[in-house]
Design a protein around this ligand. Structure first.
Ligand code: GTP
Length: 254
């Protein structure tokens, strides 16, 4: 069902509208001591990174967002019976350089890659160039984490747009296998379950990679500060901005 968003009601409580659903944040200390799963969502422009995160955290799909500047969202999840602190970092898009091998990647993204324990690499099945971005992107992650296992999943988003498909499921599977991760073909627009399963799978991988131990990676080399601002208010602010620019013409799917 599609409901019109009424900007006049978005800050009230008790409605099914997206902004009326509180997205709970939990301080890390509220969870299993030292069990902190940090994942970053990476990919080309317009592939649905923000939509996937919002779908995972809120079960909702929002039609449009302002261009993403990268926000960090925190929440508590249940992983194998344990309450675990999860942090999800949204990022600005990356793009291929003209030689199609290197990447344009903001410093902010490098910091997020360094900071994270697990990686959601996203392309759109309707955009083959976004698919071609994934291999160089993975190599980029590898350069920042040259040693050890990198928990990663590959997500082919927009599976509802089958008629516009430019990337086959086989291509997704093959690429994921070459990265050593699982492939999930999902639609942030149409389906919460697939998105949820993908994120939870990665959280499980990260948790195992951290070994249930102290949750902090032991890394040598360059130290990069963690990305800024764990802030759910940022999501609300961005959504309000979209609402004020689009008024009542925007819609959300419930
Ligand atoms: N049909 C369809 N559209 C989607 C889906 N996911 C996202 N979109 C749309 O794709 C557009 C881009 O979504 P975003 O979540 O902003 O994508 P992004 O990767 O964060 O974009 P950048 O800010 O450019 O990095 C928006 O218009 C979304 O409504 C999906 O699963 N199906």
């Amino acid at each position: 069902m599609r409901l019109p968003i009424d900007p006049t009601t978005t800050m009230n409580s008790g409605s099914s509208n997206f902004l009326l659903v509180p997205i709970q944040e939990y301080p890390v200390l509220d969870c299993v001591p030292n069990k902190n799963v940090k994942i970053v969502v990476l990919g080309a422009s317009n592939v649905g990174k923000t939509a996937l995160i919002v779908r995972f955290l809120t079960k909702r799909f929002i039609g449009d967002y302002e261009a993403n500047t990268g926000a960090l969202y925190s929440r508590k999840i249940n992983l194998d019976g344990e309450q675990v602190s999860l942090q999800v970092q949204d990022t600005p898009c990356v793009s291929l350089q003209d030689d199609a091998e290197g990447l344009y990647c903001q410093e902010q993204i490098n910091r997020s890659i360094y900071w994270a324990d697990g990686y959601v690499l996203v392309f759109s099945i309707t955009d083959h160039s976004s698919y071609r971005t994934i291999q160089p992107l993975y190599q980029h992650v590898r350069r920042i984490h040259p040693a050890g296992n990198i928990p990663v999943i590959l997500v082919g988003n927009k599976s509802d747009l089958l008629r516009a498909r430019q990337v086959t499921a086989d291509e997704g599977e093959t690429l994921a296998a070459s990265l050593g991760g699982a492939y999930f073909e999902v639609s942030a627009r149409e389906n919460h379950e697939g998105v949820h399963a993908a994120f939870l799978h990665l959280c499980g991988e990260v948790s195992r990679a951290l070994g249930g131990g102290n949750g902090e990676k032991r890394r040598g080399g360059l130290h990069l500060a963690r990305p800024k601002s764990p802030n759910m208010q940022e999501l609300k602010r961005r959504f309000r901005q979209v609402l004020s620019s689009k008024g009542k013409s925007s819609t959300t799917t419930l």
